[in-house]
Write a protein that binds this ligand. Structure first.
Ligand SMILES: C[S@@+](CC[C@H](N)C(=O)[O-])C[C@H]1O[C@@H](n2cnc3c(N)ncnc32)[C@H](O)[C@@H]1O
Length: 233
């Protein structure tokens, strides 16, 4: 009988924001997999580290830092084949995912390659949008407001249009797109409604009005905008 594939959401960074189910499954795992940067670091593994038992087999899926899709697709192909080999000998495998696995999570690329052939269980996690709203102490959406989530990687025109048509907004994947987002928000007179958060819930988190944000943002950063269309006060 084949093993079972688990996609485990770990939350946004603070290990205490992991669910009890995630912690239990990680502790019981004999084989784990996780995405790793070319630098050899894995954010997902670092969140889960206190729960990983000694002697567990580890499959690190090295994801290239490239804008092109093909190198990452090749990496997921390779990682999926390694995971397939484990599942085919009847061993379960736990895939560690920062945040929630199905919210811009890399687990989906393994899921798409393996879910037709193996039993899968996904454990949801606290996503980064909720975490950032908690950090800036601003409700994400109130009453009849609509939340729009946009990746900062979109072309400026597209991003600008989506922001103009939105009510409450979470801009993800800010990183090197920070100045593009700032320019768009300034042009729409939204700077006073925007908050910047980086590394939410981690010891080195930063949170401030966007106007006071540093000039350089890490990949793990987000901008939340609330136009106040339906005030919650
Ligand atoms: C590939 S997505 C992963 C999202 C994740 N699966 C989730 O559920 O939130 C990466 C983006 O999520 C956001 N993000 C994830 N963790 C974050 C954190 N701790 N603080 C701020 N932003 C975070 C950033 O915008 C980052 O560029």
């Amino acid at each position: 009988m084949n093993g079972k594939l688990y996609g485990i959401g770990l939350g946004p960074g603070d290990p205490e924001l992991m669910t009890l189910k995630a912690a239990r499954l990680i502790k019981a795992a004999t084989c784990i997999a996780y995405p790793m940067l070319e630098t050899g670091t894995s954010f997902a593994r670092s969140i889960a580290q206190d729960h990983i038992a000694d002697g567990v087999r580890e499959i690190a899926i090295e994801i290239p830092m490239s804008v092109a899709r093909k190198p990452a697709q090749d990496a997921y192909d390779k990682g999926a084949e390694e995971i397939r080999a484990v599942l085919e000998v009847g061993q379960d495998i736990v895939v560690l995912c920062e945040g929630d696995p199905f919210f811009y999570g890399s687990f989906m690329y393994l899921f798409s390659r393996l879910s037709e052939d193996f039993e899968v269980q996904i454990v949801p996690g606290v996503n980064s949008v909720s975490a950032c709203a908690s950090v800036v102490e601003r409700p994400l959406v109130a009453r009849s407001e609509v939340l729009t989530i946009v990746p900062a990687t979109l072309p400026a025109d597209d991003l600008s249009e989506k922001i103009a048509n939105a009510e409450a907004i979470a801009v993800m994947k800010v990183g090197r797109h920070l100045n593009k987002v700032k320019d768009i928000l300034a042009a729409q007179n939204l700077m006073d409604f925007a908050h910047y958060v980086e590394r939410a819930t981690l010891p080195n988190q930063k949170a401030m009005p966007l106007a006071d944000a540093p000039d350089v943002a890490p990949y793990f950063s987000m901008i939340l905008v609330s136009k106040g269309n339906d005030p919650w006060l």
